[in-house]
Design a protein around this ligand. Structure first.
Ligand code: AMP
Ligand code: MG
Length: 320
């Protein structure tokens, strides 16, 4: 019997290449998936003047804004992740993201005073939620929510739910760094882990997964160079500067892509040692760290199998 053929469709949304792969040649279904992604992007984006999140931002310091159930739930979850002790994730990071403009035209290293002025506008506790009204109020003028770190994860989960509703059991959804593997053709899907700062198709290795999300966040994704230094797009909410540690990328394997997206940022902030310690308590979350000195560190391999493809890297596990 011949193997079923994989059909793929691609587009660009959320500033990223999007690819959907199915075992049926269903162009209509692919178009519906892309429309669904577009709808969520329209609600969540902060890169245009109008969206539900921008309505909240425009009303900062003025009044609460009612949002849809989906947007409210995501903001609620983002606030909770921001309030975790020592969290590097911060949903109110917007003023700093807009200041640095990393990945957009006009990026530059801001002055220390400019950063110091914006830090007080990034307090997650000042994102005031009202469950009853489903409204969001930013307590200070100039505050801005930015869901750029988790919007793709949330949307990937919604695409998975939609495909399941449509009776699709096997599919691969790639939202530019957020991969959701539905089902398990021939046992598993293979998802590449990119080699930081290499050519687009350069891989350090592959993870084999079934029914899992694989999310990678890396400092090689968006950055610019100034004063002989690379400045990347994952900011440390404590300092206002890009997070600075040994890690070049973190890949999280989990059930939900939203978890993967939150955890890549959390783990980035923790660094390898604390990240490993924290993950020991979380059986549902696995991480693959790639470090600047060419190590691949696996938290465990409970939910995936990793195969190294580039032997200039060394593999090890999290040590106790
Ligand atoms: P990702 O590519 O998923 O790691 O998300 C990076 C994006 O998240 C950035 O382009 C910013 O829009 C936003 N961001 C940057 N730093 C943080 C942070 N510390 N917490 C939450 N979002 C952030
Ligand atoms: Mg993310």
């Amino acid at each position: 019997m011949s193997e079923p053929r994989l059909h793929s469709w691609s587009t660009v949304l959320m500033g990223s290449p999007i690819v959907l792969s199915l075992f049926t040649d269903d162009r209509d279904l692919a178009a519906r998936v892309f429309r669904l992604i577009q709808r969520y992007e329209d609600a969540l984006t902060v890169n245009r003047a109008v969206s539900q999140v921008m309505a909240v931002n425009h009303a900062a310091g003025l009044h609460p804004v009612k949002v849809s159930g989906a947007v409210y739930d995501l903001i609620r979850c983002a606030k909770a992740a921001s309030m975790v002790n020592d969290s590097a994730f911060n949903l109110a990071i917007g003023p700093l993201v807009k200041l640095w403009r990393i990945g957009f035209q006009g990026s530059r290293v801001p002055g220390r005073e400019e950063i110091a002025e914006r830090l007080p506008l990034t307090r997650p506790a000042e994102v005031i939620l009202n469950d009853h009204e489903r409204s969001v109020f930013l307590a200070r003028a100039g505050m801005e929510i930015d869901l750029g770190a988790i919007a793709k994860g949330y949307i990937a989960d919604r695409v998975r739910d939609f495909l399941r509703q449509q009776g699709v059991e096997q599919a691969l959804i790639n939202l530019g760094g957020n991969v959701l593997a539905l089902g398990s053709p021939q046992g598993a899907w293979s998802v590449g882990v990119k080699k930081p700062f290499a050519a687009a198709d350069g891989l350090v290795g592959v993870v084999d997964v079934a029914n899992k999300s694989v999310v990678t966040s890396g400092i090689y994704e968006r950055w610019f160079e100034q004063d002989g230094k690379r400045w990347h797009h994952i900011l440390d909410p404590r300092t206002g500067y890009p997070l600075d540690n040994d890690i070049e990328s973190v890949t999280i394997v989990s059930d939900d892509s939203l978890d993967g997206d939150v955890w890549t940022t959390l783990i980035y902030g923790f660094g390898v040692e604390k990240g490993c310690a924290v993950l020991r308590q979380r059986e549902d979350i696995d991480a693959i760290f790639i470090t600047k000195n060419r190590e691949v560190i696996l938290s465990s391999q409970r939910q995936f199998r990793f195969t190294l493809l580039d032997d200039s890297y060394r593999i090890s596990g999290c040590t106790a």
